[in-house]
Design a protein around this ligand. Sequence first.
Ligand code: SF4
Length: 197
Amino acid sequence: MKKLHRRVRDRVTGFVNDWSIPRQIAGQSVMSKAAESAQSRSLRPRLEQADRVGTSICPFCAVGCAQLVYAKDGRPLHIEGDPRSPVNQGTLCPKGAGTLGLLLSEKRINQVLYRAPYAKNWETRPLDWAMQRIAERVKQTRDETFVENLPDGTPVNHTLGIASLGGATLDNEENYLIKKLFGGGLGLVNIENQARI
Ligand code: SF4
């Protein structure tokens, strides 16, 4: 019996001694020591520098995961999932986890680019000019293509000359307004949205 007790005790002691988690917690693990260096000991979490945190929604898809945006001096330095959200509960998929890169990328286009018909090159234009131009083109196209009645007299009050394709990040409220303005207001029939969940 004593022999059995000793064997059980040795097994338990050996297991605890060999198991890496308690050894790492005690700072005794060979591996954790091997991974340490003067540089790794001096590293600090990025969030430590943040002086503000705001909330946002991931811009990539219609799941609409909530995000926390940490910033210093008005510049975002870290984005992670918001644990208060019932949608994502603090998680982000790899795309959402890369949102900071989207915000800060040097390749990001922040100006309106316009390529005239048959032109080879893009020109930079003011946003107001682009909005005005879009409004004029929509009005002109609707005026030219609006149909009140079909040849057999059936009333349709629609235009087939304009279509709307929404992006994946449009939410319910934005899609509702698009449908109201484009469908009921302008008479568009072709209204689609990229999002498919
Ligand atoms: S792209 Fe990923 S993180 Fe962003 S909303 Fe969709 S599922 Fe969430």
